[in-house]
Design a protein around this ligand. Sequence first.
Ligand code: PGA
Length: 255
Amino acid sequence: MAAARRPFFCGNWKLNGSIAESLALATDVRNGVSSLRDVDVAVAPSFTALYAVAKRLEDGPVTVAAQDCFWEEKGAFTGEVAPSQLADAGCKHVIIGHSERRQLFGELDAAVNLKARAALRAGLAPIICVGETLAERDAGETMGRVQAQVDAALTDIDHASLERVVIAYEPVWAIGTGRNATPAQAQEVHHFIRSRIAGRAPAVAPRLRILYGGSMKPDNARALMAEADVDGGLVGGASLSAESFVRLVKEGSAT
Ligand code: PGA
């Protein structure tokens, strides 16, 4: 990654953990990374554990992310959670448009954009996920798919707000499969995303962080982070143990 950007690793715990388990994991992560300086670390517990984990971590340095949000602030939307409620619970970031939301829950690009804009209005930093399926990669459609997702997600987001956006490139075929993109494959897409953003916001693009997600592990983090446009990781499986997540963060942020 380039020196202009601070590495950022976010553990995506998905649907895992009681409140007690989440507190224990968060505490171990905090203790494990507290001596590290030049890296940002966040964890994304389930909604039920957000407030407790945010309280536990309020003295830093680890921050808290939610895994999704809705785009309206209030009203008759049974089951939804507003970005302002997440901020109220202590969140600083929210993951938006994860491929599991897109694939399993039918989330469309337009919804990703509405959620990202709502998150920004509430003062949260959206971590917007994009990435192609295996069929799309095999058909040579990777860049087209990623371009469409990035363009749609960032529609009507001004340059000042774009400064707070984080993009996560997560090839769907690499998520939870143990098969990560090679560093060169990741770099190709990360570079493409940054160029695409430079086309609309040339001053912001060099500072915008683009995370890699998809079977990032302690033993491949360093090689992925050696690529110029890979600025961190959105980490699923390897974030469910403090030992492996802390090791991954250390490997990934070692210069
Ligand atoms: P994984 O998940 O690290 O288990 O592949 C990444 C993600 O889905 O964010």
